[in-house]
Design a protein around this ligand. Sequence first.
Ligand code: CO
Length: 134
Amino acid sequence: MLLLNIHHTALAVADLDVALERFREQYGVEPLYREVVESQGVEEAMIPIGGSHVQLLQPLDRDTPVGRFIERNGEGLHHVAFQVADIESALIHLEQQGARLVDTKPRTGGGGHRIAFVHPEAFGGTLIELVEVT
Ligand code: CO
């Protein structure tokens, strides 16, 4: 499997406006886009930093994966996303390695990219996302 880049590091935040303002003031950075991704129950913003991004995730509701995450852990690091060249072959490879997958098939994520999540159980409690940039 070929990892091309750390596509983004995702932070769970309670209030996207507050978090974006903080990034603006403290680091002078602006989001590339901001969008609601209903399928994941989040509003997200993607901030480009160097060759990578920070993704901010605000839950649309308390009863969503990110909403429950914040309730359990508070705000903070939610997942790391690796950019891959071919997401289908990456998923097949991981399955062959016995890694537990959240998504066995890619779905459409923010920015229109093809994404899939690998269960945190597969890597010591860290949620990993695969991204194939489209
Ligand atoms: Co992500």
